[in-house]
Design a protein around this ligand. Structure first.
Ligand SMILES: NC(=O)c1ccc[n+]([C@@H]2O[C@H](COP(=O)([O-])OP(=O)(O)OC[C@H]3O[C@@H](n4cnc5c(N)ncnc54)[C@H](O)[C@@H]3O)[C@@H](O)[C@H]2O)c1
Length: 260
């Protein structure tokens, strides 16, 4: 191990990673871990101020990082952001598609705007980003796609019909790309966190209904606690690593055993 706590030959040395949705939360933890493990990291996010803080934090650790503002709902912005990363580095070895929202609403109160925004960011955004990145990977016959699914890709959690539908779609998108793109040397997988304390999940975990659901002793998580963004970063990086060279089309749950 070197002074930064990583192996002396970093796992992702000389690899270019694009992490979309890395200003906050899980995406930020993934970007920081990729940087610590030697990758050249480009981050894209809708929140330029928070993204700049992430860039500066990563650089202060000695990581290589650049940021580009991008709203994944906007095809032109997505294309421009990916072009910017290609202009910087000439390639993208790893895509981490993380950006997402999860506004909780009971189905009887679910309005079209909430449905559309959730599907547009979580699912259509994943499509737009993958569509922009994949041709560059196909040209090089090489690439790792990691999509952000959820336990909610499988579990129909109440008050989150729109979110569950979006995350189920993201998982099937990842699986379909595994089928279609394997012959180009591209792995496509998804990571599926359970309850992770972040800005996104804070309102949910502050709701008494969910406090009961995730109660340490009587709740649904066998390990008896919420997870951290860093605990998702490790499994996500595994899927992008050479250790996962023969892994494609899976959804790796990171949920403290919730779906056991
Ligand atoms: N926190 C959890 O418990 C949990 C569980 C399962 C899955 N997830 C998923 O993990 C991902 C990250 O969630 P988080 O908990 O870290 O939330 P977060 O709010 O902390 O981070 C989400 C990131 O996505 C960015 N983003 C949002 N809309 C965007 C847009 N239109 N264009 C570009 N970037 C945008 C935000 O600025 C932010 O940086 C999401 O896809 C979420 O669905 C979270």
């Amino acid at each position: 191990m070197d002074s930064r706590g990583t192996n002396s030959v970093p796992r992702f040395k000389d690899q270019v990673a694009l992490v979309v949705g890395a200003a906050h939360g899980i995406g930020k933890a993934i970007a920081m871990r990729l940087g610590r493990e030697g990758a050249d990291v480009a981050i894209a996010d809708i929140d330029p101020d928070a993204m700049e803080i992430t860039v500066q934090e990563m650089r202060s650790e000695g990581s290589k990082c650049q940021g580009v503002t991008c709203d994944v709902r906007d095809s032109a912005q997505v294309q421009a952001a990916v072009k910017q990363v290609i202009d910087w580095h000439g390639r993208i070895d790893i895509l981490m598609q993380i950006a997402g929202i999860a506004p909780a609403k009971p189905f009887l109160e679910l309005d079209e705007a909430t449905w559309d925004d959730t599907i547009n960011i979580n699912l259509r955004g994943a499509f737009l980003v993958a569509r922009a990145v994949v041709p560059h990977m196909v040209a090089r016959r090489k690439g790792k796609l990691v999509f952000m699914a959820s336990t909610n890709s499988w579990d129909g959690e109440a008050q989150l019909a729109h979110y569950n539908a979006s995350k189920s779609g993201v998982f099937l998108l990842a699986k379909t790309l595994a089928r279609e793109l394997g012959r180009f040397g591209i792995n496509s997988n998804a990571v599926g966190p359970g309850p992770i304390r972040t800005r996104l999940s804070a309102p949910i975990f502050d709701d008494p209904v969910y406090q009961a659901k995730y109660h340490p002793e009587t709740g649904v998580v066998p390990l008896g606690r919420l997870g951290t963004p860093e605990e998702v970063a490790g499994p996500a990086l595994f899927l992008a690593s050479e250790d996962a060279a023969y892994v494609s089309g899976v959804l790796l749950f990171v949920d403290g055993g919730q779906l056991a």
